[in-house]
Design a protein around this ligand. Structure first.
Ligand SMILES: NC(=O)c1ccc[n+]([C@@H]2O[C@H](COP(=O)([O-])OP(=O)(O)OC[C@H]3O[C@@H](n4cnc5c(N)ncnc54)[C@H](OP(=O)(O)O)[C@@H]3O)[C@@H](O)[C@H]2O)c1
Length: 270
């Protein structure tokens, strides 16, 4: 019970990595405050977690909405009295060629993934400074390596990496810990819910989800990194290799990444 009496806020915790983080941090004693856009999904998730003995509550909050984030943080403090940790997890993806893409899709991805993390962090920061707590950014391998037909998603994750590196350095003398977690491909709903060029939902994942890391494995690795107050976490063998190769051979990586992504089912480029 390493997190006994600590309060952890997890944004976008009604599925995938967010729900798994809520479960892992909750099973280790933390009180969990979760968010998502749908009341029904939120209630069902809370029920699942409560049935496993986890103390949790939550609120409907669209990550992309500044005032909803303010109310979300106020709600957490009213309910549990404090905030020790924020996991900025809420996120959506997209798949479309930039030339074909409605700019609304770009705004939606940036506003959810990047501005969502900025808003939640802004309103949680006074509590986290007071408690010398932890802020976790759920970035991606796309936070340091772009992939074709994922311009908005990649941009949102690069923006997160830059923002949190800057913030980490800014608060380095305050006792606050900032972890940037970069999962590789993880089996979840992210690709089913990804936006296409016109903003409609992709529905079907173009990749074999069976071969990916599970959200539970990701959540456990993040939990360990949070306890050790690590700076960065890069997951999957493929992710670690991409990070190494991109640093030393970025030009060759352009070709490797292009060829790899072109093999995806229904790829918009060949
Ligand atoms: N899966 C991967 O391969 C992978 C790899 C690297 C990084 N990541 C990152 O991990 C995070 C979680 O993704 P996942 O793979 O677990 O996907 P997921 O299963 O689709 O879960 C996404 C979560 O975010 C919530 N969400 C989406 N838009 C939101 C909004 N505007 N406001 C509040 N909540 C919102 C969803 O809840 P509602 O639908 O209920 O709102 C859901 O709970 C994302 O930031 C993603 O970029 C994923």
């Amino acid at each position: 019970m390493k997190l006994k009496d600590k309060v952890v806020v997890v944004t976008g915790a009604t599925s995938g990595i967010g729900e798994a983080c809520a479960r892992v941090f909750g099973k280790n004693g933390a009180k969990i405050w979760i968010t998502g856009r749908s009341q029904i999904k939120l209630d069902n998730t809370l029920l699942r977690l409560q049935n496993e003995g986890i103390t949790c509550a939550g609120i409907v909050c669209d990550a992309a909405d500044e005032s909803q984030n303010q109310l979300m943080v106020k709600g957490a403090v009213e309910r549990f009295g404090r905030i020790d940790m924020l996991i900025n997890n809420a996120g959506i993806s997209m798949r479309a060629m930039f030339q074909d893409m409605d700019l609304e899709v770009f705004h939606k991805v940036m506003n959810t993934n990047f501005m969502g993390a900025v808003y939640a962090t802004k309103f949680c920061l006074p509590e986290i400074l007071k408690n010398k707590g932890t802020i976790i950014a759920m970035s991606s391998i796309n936070g340091f390596r772009g992939t074709p037909a994922r311009t908005a998603y990649t941009a949102s994750k690069y923006a997160m990496n830059g923002f949190f590196e800057s913030l980490r350095t800014e608060v380095m003398k305050s006792g606050v810990h900032v972890l940037v977690a970069c999962p590789g491909f993880t089996a979840s709903n992210i690709r089913n819910n990804a936006l296409t060029a016109d903003g409609s939902i992709q529905q079907e994942s173009p990749r074999d989800e069976e071969k990916m890391m599970t959200p539970e494995e990701v959540a456990k690795a993040i939990y360990k990194a949070a306890l050790k107050r690590k700076r960065d976490l890069i997951l999957t063998r493929q992710g670690k290799l991409a990070s190494f190769l991109n640093k030393w051979m970025p030009g060759i990586m352009d070709t490797i990444v292009y060829n790899h992504m072109a093999k995806e089912k229904d790829s918009p480029f060949k």
